[in-house]
Design a protein around this ligand. Structure first.
Ligand code: EPZ
Length: 430
């Protein structure tokens, strides 16, 4: 199993280019199921989740062609689909596999996908995806760990008025894709407003979908009979951008972050500014961050977009360990997303957890030790903590970080971090 060895104390300086957004590329690739024509997608990050999505789509008979593999340019073509069950072996490694459900049932009237199951950060049910599909006329059964959905009499889904009980990102994306090919109009209320949802809408529109309201919580979709192929470039990854902003801030560095979308970073920039970190919007694709004269504690609550992203909570916690005073971090999206805190404690952080609230008292002198990554963003938080820890930190289970950060080791090395990946044959993957 691969591990990272990080020697803390280096000041990060230089330029780093941001990759495409994993959470945009996932639904965009799944949207290839909606048409028989080819979809050309660019700026796909070379990360493990996208390789998993390609395998899943290939299993469904989508022809995925790339110059090399993994690649940032894909051509996906779903001329004819098979109706076999999306296997648990593949689905269990990536919850976003659920994104195939909406497009499959919309295009062929039947879909069988394994239930994704819980994960380290919470139970993460998909009930809202399923009830919305039922409202659109699908018959949905969950049997022996599988979701079986079909439209009676080989018909088409019908447009419906759906009010999500809770804001759900992949739920909104799944139902958007289903509604794009349904008969009649659908209205999605309390829809997610994440930039990744908007990116999907923009691409669906290029495919011929009739959708309005993107960027707001009410999406209106007039179903069309057919969608066609198109060409699309995935937006920059706002979580990778935020992670490098914190890397610059926490090491007292000086980083220029290119190929990013400053417009999507509002909540993170505002929070970093409150903590005393100067972040400058250089132009519409570039940010600049430098170290604070003094890091100041600042409370933070995770929220749906445009609020502070739960996917940046672990990274913010790493920063809070170095800030002067107490920061109260409240996690409102997932019920179990503080697993990184116990590892930071082992590095010497002062963090008290009470249910969904963490009180971080700083500044703490962190010391390198061996820590375990528990999920993708927790791993990023641990990397950031290790960058300022005294001595050597070994991060175990970095396969989590490989799911969503392209070339994280190389990008950090390029700006001066002392980090390397090594293979430890004595430990096997969990
Ligand atoms: C998306 O997950 C992201 N994944 C997550 O990224 C991100 O953390 C999350 O949104 C929140 O921003 C992708 O885009 C592929 P939700 P998703 O449905 O869509 C509850 C990362 O590190 N809920 O918006 O699965 C749910 O349990 C990650 O890249 C229901 O109760 O999240 C959670 O508490 C991990 N029933 C809340 O809603 C449902 O049917 C929000 O979840 C659906 C969700």
């Amino acid at each position: 199993m691969d591990k990272f060895l990080i020697k803390g104390g280096k000041i990060l300086k230089g330029q780093v280019a941001i990759s495409g957004a994993k959470n945009s590329a996932l639904p965009i690739m799944a949207a290839s199921l909606l048409t028989a024509e080819p979809l050309h997608v660019h700026n796909i990050p070379k990360v493990r989740d996208l390789v998993t999505m390609s395998k899943l789509l290939t299993f469904m008979h989508v022809h995925v062609s790339v110059k090399e593999f993994p690649s940032s340019d894909y051509i996906l073509q779903a001329t004819k689909l098979n109706d076999e069950v999306a296997p648990y072996e593949l689905v269990k490694t990536m919850r976003a596999s659920i994104l195939t459900l909406g497009p499959l049932i919309a295009r062929v009237g039947v879909a069988r996908v394994s239930l994704p199951g819980g994960c380290a950060i919470g139970a993460r049910p998909v009930d809202l995806h399923l009830t919305a599909l039922e409202k659109m006329g699908a018959e949905v059964e969950t049997k022996a760990g599988y979701i079986e959905a079909k439209v009676p009499n080989h018909g088409r889904l019908k447009g419906a008025h759906i009010v999500f009980d809770k804001i759900t990102v992949t739920g909104t994306e799944n139902i958007l894709m289903a509604a794009a090919l349904a008969d009649g109009e659908s209205i999605l209320e309390n829809a997610a407003r994440e930039p990744e949802v908007t990116d999907l809408v923009i691409m669906l529109r290029k495919m011929g979908a009739q959708i309005t309201g993107d960027g707001t919580s009410v999406l209106k979709i007039k179903g069309v009979k057919e969608l066609h192929g198109t060409d699309h470039t995935v937006i920059p990854d706002r979580i990778e951008t935020g992670t490098f902003l914190v890397a610059g801030a926490i090491t007292g560095g000086d980083l220029t972050i290119t190929n990013c979308a400053p417009d999507h970073q509002g909540a993170i920039i505002a929070k970093l500014n409150e903590a005393g970190v100067p972040v400058e919007v250089v132009n519409d694709t570039t940010l600049h961050v430098s170290g604070a004269k003094k890091l100041i504690a600042s409370d933070m609550t995770t929220e749906e977009y445009p609020g502070f992203a739960t996917d940046m909570q672990a990274q913010y916690m790493a920063l809070a360990t170095q800030a002067q005073g107490s920061s109260i971090i409240t996690e409102t999206i997932f019920e179990n997303r503080f697993l990184h805190a116990s590892e930071m404690l082992r590095m010497g952080a002062n963090i008290a957890i009470d249910n969904r609230r963490a009180v971080v008292r700083g500044p703490a002198k962190l010391t390198g030790t061996t820590v375990q990554a528990s999920d993708l963003r927790a791993s990023a938080g641990l990397v950031l903590a290790a960058l300022v820890a005294q001595g050597e930190t070994i991060i175990d289970r970095v396969y989590h970080i490989d799911r969503g950060y392209e070339l994280i080791v190389e990008k950090l090395q390029d700006v001066g971090a002392d980090i390397e990946r090594f293979h430890d044959p004595s430990s096997s993957a969990a």
